[in-house]
Design a binder for this molecule. Structure first.
Ligand SMILES: [Zn+2]
Ligand SMILES: [Zn+2]
Length: 286
């Protein structure tokens, strides 16, 4: 990126400003459209159609959405500043970033992607538990937890101190591990999409997911939603690994998940029954 934007790979003020503008534009253009699209479809346009799948049936007041929108923007700004710091470190030679795929081979791209995901999960879980410490919670993490019933815009609704911690996993990885920018781009996109989805407030996974031999290791939207409503439980991100190992899943996680999924199924059965009755009525006719 530096070579593409800055001449002679020098990280001067003009170069820093150009990198900042481009990164902010890219981050903003991939976050808000997706979050607002999900908000528009699920919270407004098709609200009644998906009500049975809603994890917390109620909706928060609209002022909460403005709150989440605003803090998300400050987070995007922090993410860009951390990204710029990693670029600066690259120019100083403190970086594992490489730009020629042949340097490590094509096979290394998926491997580094998986490594980055595992590292992100581990960083997130433990950082998340630390910011739940009573001495830190109010100063660092409370902003995110103001959203008890989160919207897609809560995905990046963090205090700037937390935003730094949220982005630090990537900075550390990029410094110590060889990684191609394409992998960074894809992993951050993947994390962002999952994060936005986890805050949308709907559960679409099938019954039995949280107890299935393999599926139980993958987190659900219900899992993170319960973190917002119950606070001291369910700290994980993509996987239900650390929460299982450390015994921090909510004791009624599976029960609550099945209740929500069952609610959706009951409504579908009822709708089918009503449809069937109407058909029968139409066949019998007056
Ligand atoms: Zn939390
Ligand atoms: Zn959250």
């Amino acid at each position: 990126m530096i070579q593409a934007i800055c001449t002679n790979s020098v990280f001067d003020l003009a170069c820093a400003s150009a990198v900042l503008q481009r990164m902010l534009l890219m981050n903003t253009l991939r976050y808000y459209p997706l979050a607002l699209l999900l908000l528009g479809v699920f919270w407004f346009w098709k609200r009644d159609s998906f009500q049975a799948r809603r994890i917390q049936p109620a909706f928060p007041k609209s002022r909460r959405l403005y709150y989440e929108f605003g803090w998300s923007f400050s987070t995007l700004l922090v993410f860009v500043l951390v990204g710029m710091l990693s670029m600066y470190l690259y120019t100083l030679g403190y970086s594992g970033l490489y730009f020629q795929i042949d340097a490590y081979g094509w096979w290394y791209l998926p491997v580094s992607f998986v490594l980055l995901v595992i590292w992100h999960e581990t960083w997130f879980y433990w950082m998340h538990r630390i910011v739940h410490h009573p001495r830190l919670f109010k100063w660092v993490h409370l902003t995110h937890h103001k959203s008890v019933n989160p919207s897609p815009l809560a995905a990046y609704s963090f205090h700037p101190l937390e935003a730094v911690l949220e982005a630090a996993y990537l900075l550390l990885f990029v410094i110590f591990v060889p990684v191609h920018p394409l992998v960074v781009l894809l992993q951050t996109l993947y994390a962002m999409i999952l994060n936005i989805w986890a805050h949308t407030g709907y559960e679409f996974f099938p019954a039995g997911w949280t107890s299935g031999r393999f599926t139980k290791w993958l987190n659900t939207a219900t899992h993170h939603n319960m973190h917002h409503s119950h606070v001291n439980c369910n700290y994980g991100l993509y996987f239900n690994f650390w929460d299982r190992v450390m015994g921090t899943n909510h004791s009624r996680y599976t029960e609550y998940f099945e209740m929500i999924v069952g609610r959706g199924q009951t409504t579908r059965t009822d709708a089918a029954k009503v449809k069937g009755t109407r058909k029968t009525e139409a066949l019998v006719g007056p």
